[in-house]
Design a protein around this ligand. Structure first.
Ligand SMILES: Nc1ncnc2c1ncn2[C@@H]1O[C@H](COP(=O)(O)OP(=O)(O)OP(=O)(O)O)[C@@H](O)[C@H]1O
Ligand SMILES: [Mg+2]
Length: 427
């Protein structure tokens, strides 16, 4: 190997050499699709029993599936969908499943175009002149529906449409798509459609016309949260292929499971904790993953999600937060909403923002408290009434970085407003 190549590989060598911890980290990632889903047999069987008529070319009932985040809704429905397609392959019937994530595909047009795309496929059939690709934008909705119906009829058989995170579609675009899709069968002769909606937000029902709701929820399923022992089984089952034998200290799986069960029985959270604990052990060149790695992982995940949350805050909230950071940096570890307002009212006009009222500022402060960015408490100040005091929990370096990386704030020279300037406000 030439010298420069060897040098580059050298940089990574020590990280690659250490495989004391992971056998296959991919098994713990969100994108991994497990073949075995412990503690979801009843739900899988129920979905399978509702969809089974599709294999006899009958229309299955529409289903709505509810359950908190990380309760295995997507994983189970994907699993049943794949099994259904396999079974139909063996039986020689036409039965297809299309899985759409409505967080991304969130308009009627996109939903229809995506369904059509999955029917036609992207490759060999595209040359078939009888089939027209629906462009991703531009056609009138009626034309899109007509073309989709033609394609369904040309294909025949049963199509199961899974609208995952259906609440996002309804909130963004109303219930027209669902109205149309649940009625499409009346216009079809050779083919059949059935819809499965998945949501982790129960209130999404309130956004639906009662008629749409009743035709969509012919069957309703609820996925309960996992408890700690169930999460232990889920982790243990993945651990075998993810970790090197003997790399896990005994208490690691129960601790990850217990922490995730405390949240709300979220398997995604449990798996994240498990993976990050392993990564911390791996990077620290430890021989084993220990309970202290799990605790570090918990803290890291919490900070990371808080940081992500801050980065998506509106500019006004960021300026309020920035005002607090300045106070904190001035050495004032506890500050009042009055003090925050005072700095905010100097900064906002300086970067050409509307200046919010004190009332609105206290609302934004409450929001920051709810997000866990700051802590607050109300204290009585004798005859001056009550006031809200607040402080940061931990090291603010990461929060500073997010705030200063905001284009709007940094380009307006906010970063130059320094401590000396703040001090002048309080003289
Ligand atoms: N019973 C289970 N066995 C193994 N892995 C599971 C099980 N349930 C969930 N998981 C895993 O946990 C993670 C979250 O599951 P999934 O994506 O199915 O949750 P969800 O209910 O769809 O959540 P959301 O409402 O946030 O979309 C996935 O990585 C999935 O593979
Ligand atoms: Mg999901």
């Amino acid at each position: 190997m030439p010298e420069d190549q060897e040098a580059s590989v050298g940089l990574f060598k020590k990280y690659l050499a250490n495989n004391k911890i992971f056998k296959n980290r991919e098994v713990l990632r969100h994108s991994y699709r497990p073949q075995i889903l412990p503690h979801r047999r009843p739900q899988i069987d129920q979905v399978a029993s509702i969809l089974a008529p599709a294999l006899k070319n009958e229309t299955p009932s529409n289903i709505v599936i509810y359950g908190k985040t990380g309760t295995g809704k997507t994983a189970c429905v994907r699993y049943v969908g794949t099994e259904l397609e396999n079974a139909s392959g063996h039986m020689g019937t036409v039965c297809r499943v299309v899985h759409l994530n409505c967080e991304v595909i969130d308009t009627q047009y996109r939903v229809l175009a995506q369904i059509s795309k999955s029917i036609i496929g992207t490759d060999e059939l595209a040359s078939d002149k009888a089939r027209v690709h629906i462009p991703m934008t531009g056609w009138p909705t009626d034309q899109v529906y007509q073309e989709l119906k033609n394609q369904l009829e040309a294909n025949g058989g049963v199509l199961i449409i899974i609208l995952d995170e259906i609440d996002k579609l309804v909130k963004k675009s109303g219930d027209e798509t669902l109205y149309n899709l649940t009625r499409i069968n009346t216009d079809l002769k050779r083919s059949k459609v059935s819809v499965i909606g998945i949501s982790n937000d129960l209130s999404f029902k309130d956004f639906l016309d009662p008629r749409v709701l009743s035709s969509l929820s012919e069957e309703e399923l609820v996925f309960p949260p996992y408890n700690a022992p169930q999460l232990c089984d889920i982790l243990a089952q993945r651990a075998e292929s993810a970790f090197v034998d003997g790399a896990l200290e005994e208490g690691v799986i129960p601790l990850c499971a217990a922490l995730a069960a405390q949240e709300h029985g979220d398997a995604r959270r449990a798996l994240d904790l498990f993976r990050v604990s392993g990564e911390l052990a791996d990077r620290g060149e430890s021989e084993k993953v220990t309970e202290s790695h799990v605790k570090m992982a918990q803290a890291k995940i919490e900070t990371d999600s808080m940081i992500e949350c801050i980065s998506t805050l509106p500019t006004q909230s960021k300026v309020v937060l920035y005002s607090m950071l300045l106070l904190d940096q001035m050495g004032q570890s506890i500050f009042t909403s009055g003090e925050v307002s005072r700095i905010y009212k100097e900064i906002a006009p300086a970067i050409e923002l509307d200046v919010l009222t004190h009332r609105r500022i206290t609302d934004l402060i409450s929001e920051l408290n709810m997000l866990g960015v700051i802590n607050t408490r109300v204290v009585s100040r004798g005859r001056y009434g009550r006031t809200k005091e607040m402080w940061f929990d931990a090291n603010t370096t990461k929060i500073w970085n997010v705030i200063l990386s905001d284009q709007r704030l940094s380009s307006q020279g906010l970063a130059q407003m320094d401590i000396d300037w703040v001090k002048t406000l309080f003289r």
